[in-house]
Design a protein around this ligand. Structure first.
Ligand SMILES: Cc1cc2nc3c(=O)[nH]c(=O)nc-3n(C[C@H](O)[C@H](O)[C@H](O)COP(=O)(O)O)c2cc1C
Length: 142
């Protein structure tokens, strides 16, 4: 049973919905999901996980949320991420997904095996985005 840590930040629930779908996918594929907010998670938990998913909406100006997410991501290194499967997801509104492209490249730069291009949803995730998160969870669990 693969231990998958899903860590997210969400102000109005859109990215949270995506996180819960990913957790459901992990469960459906027989894995063991742990769902935490960035405020609750720790670098030690990231290190112990066999696979990871991180979720954060586009904030600032195409940036990660700056109070909890950016400091947490800034603490991670190759020691926790090298060779580890990592799914990225998040909601946005008026942009074109630049924050996600930047995030994917940043995590690849730390050696993570990033799943595709990340999953983005404009505002509330629609069925397509929810299905993509569910499938992400299933992939991470096997
Ligand atoms: C302070 C603030 C900054 C934001 N900056 C961006 C941005 O740079 N680009 C973008 O596409 N959306 C931006 N948004 C829109 C959010 O990404 C969008 O509302 C998203 O659905 C929030 O997800 P959540 O419900 O998980 O918090 C911003 C929203 C807020 C409140």
């Amino acid at each position: 049973m693969k231990k998958v840590l899903i860590v997210y930040w969400s102000s109005s629930g859109n990215t949270e919905t995506m996180a819960k779908q990913a957790a459901r996918g992990v469960e459906e594929a027989g894995g063991e999901p742990t769902l935490k907010t960035f405020g609750e998670a720790s670098v030690e938990l990231v290190k112990a996980a066999e696979a990871l998913a991180f979720g954060c909406p586009a904030m600032g100006d195409e940036a990660l949320e700056e109070e909890e997410v950016e400091p947490f991501i800034g603490k991670l290194s190759r020691a926790e991420l090298e060779g580890k499967p990592l799914g990225l997801f998040g909601s946005y509104d008026w942009g074109d997904g630049q924050w996600m492209r930047d995030w994917v490249e940043r995590m690849k730069g730390l050696g993570a095996k990033v799943d595709g291009e990340g999953i983005i949803a404009q505002l509330e995730p629609d069925k397509d985005a929810c299905d993509k998160c569910l499938e992400l969870g299933k992939r991470l669990a096997v």
